[in-house]
Design a protein around this ligand. Structure first.
Ligand code: SF4
Length: 388
């Protein structure tokens, strides 16, 4: 007999259809709901939920779980907070936030499922289309699930495939379940949210954007070219040598530089070195990737870089990462330990030409980045934040 889940389970598995039906049953329109006391509490919870995911706090500790209210009102606040969080990140249209949120939520649910009674675990898995007793996954599902998995063992080339089914080990089922939750949560994001609702949520969106920016600066600190992964170094070298780089290469480099906190004007300055440089086209492309069009892009993973032939000159550290941003973070940490007093920053050397000097030679204009900063303002801001 199939086990039923109750309202308390919606706290742990708010992505289930049953949880969403539960919210629809009492919330009504988002505008009205936000005016109620439950709606206000849910909005605060939604904000905390997104901020936790940005800060990389995935998973609820046992102590936190014990503090979760399980009365009817508490359940409504938490489950509708999850739904509101999806609305907020849809208004933000920021791929990085969507990815972090989905991963964090999947991790929360995964930690609950590990200790869950078997019947409920099967219920959740079945709702997601996963047979937890099977030792194979259909190829199409596997490709979608493994796209977000970073370890080499999940790559299709390292798997046995038979008649359209991919073999998985018994001890990998929980991870597959977690990925399935992540895919389910992120599948329809960003949702098409009416402008009026996004306007109501604008103050929260602003607060979260600022927190994200701060986290980014704390996480990556100042831009250090010496810590760039080999693929990005190679793309910059190609540009410096006056070579035209492929579209995937441009996209990867621009998104990477934007993700580590370089402003649009500095990125555009870099492209001045390309033989086919066209200021207005480059400005459009860089600002589009940086989020002016409403969607901020994240640099492609190593797996995606391989498929577009821009993963080159792999080194030892590459074997331990699955994303150029992880490489950068790790290398920076290692370099900091080794050379505390040294900083190899030839890209954005503000005193000695480099990107700025060349950019001015390119256009002599003031370029504003996607957040509306003028050249230099962003860097001053970064420096202030880094110092504080
Ligand atoms: S493995 Fe990743 S980080 Fe290393 S060169 Fe390839 S894409 Fe870049």
């Amino acid at each position: 007999m199939r086990v039923r889940i109750d309202e308390k389970d919606f706290i742990n598995y708010p992505f289930l259809k049953e949880s969403q039906n539960f919210v629809s049953g009492y919330a009504g329109s988002p505008e009205r709901f936000l005016l109620t006391s439950t709606g206000k509490a849910a909005l605060a919870h939604a904000k905390d939920r997104i901020l936790s995911s940005i800060a990389g706090k995935s998973g609820l500790k046992a102590a936190d779980r014990a503090a979760i209210p399980t009365d009817s009102q508490g359940i409504k606040v938490i489950v509708s907070g999850y739904a509101l969080a999806r609305v907020i990140i849809s208004c933000m249209k920021d791929r990085m936030i969507i990815d972090r949120f989905s991963r964090s939520e999947a991790q929360n649910a995964y930690e609950c499922l590990i200790d869950e009674e078997p019947g409920k675990k099967v219920f959740v898995a079945t709702s997601l289309g996963i047979d937890i007793d099977a030792d194979v996954v259909p190829l199409v599902s596997y490709v979608e699930l493994s796209a977000g998995m970073r370890e080499e063992r999940w790559r299709l080339v390292n798997r046995d495939i038979e008649r359209g089914m991919v073999k998985v080990k018994k001890n990998e089922t929980d991870e597959i379940l977690r990925e399935s939750i992540r895919v389910t949560i992120s599948r329809n994001l960003p949702l098409p949210i009416p402008l009026g609702i996004c306007e109501v949520l604008a103050p929260v969106v602003k607060e979260i954007s600022e927190a994200e920016q701060q986290h980014l600066l704390e996480q990556f600190g100042s831009v250090e070219e010496s810590s760039f992964p080999p693929c990005m170094q190679a793309l910059i070298l190609a540009l410096s040598a006056g070579t035209n780089i492929s579209h995937p290469g441009r996209f990867a480099l621009t998104a990477f530089l934007h993700n580590i906190g370089m402003n649009s004007s500095d990125i555009i300055g870099l492209y001045c070195r390309a033989p086919d440089f066209d200021l207005s086209r480059t400005m459009y492309q860089v600002q589009h990737i940086s989020g002016r069009g409403g969607t901020e892009y994240t640099a492609p993973s190593c797996a995606a870089m391989r498929t577009t032939a821009v993963c080159v000159k792999k080194d030892q550290l590459c074997e331990r990462v699955s994303h150029p941003l992880s490489y950068y973070k790790q290398k920076k940490r290692n370099d900091k330990k080794k050379f505390t007093a040294q900083s190899g920053n030839m890209l954005v050397d503000r005193n000695a030409g480099g990107a700025h000097g060349e950019k001015e030679a390119c256009n002599g204009e003031n370029i504003r980045d996607s957040r509306g900063h003028q050249q230099g303002e962003h860097n001053q801001e970064n420096n202030k934040k880094n110092q504080s």
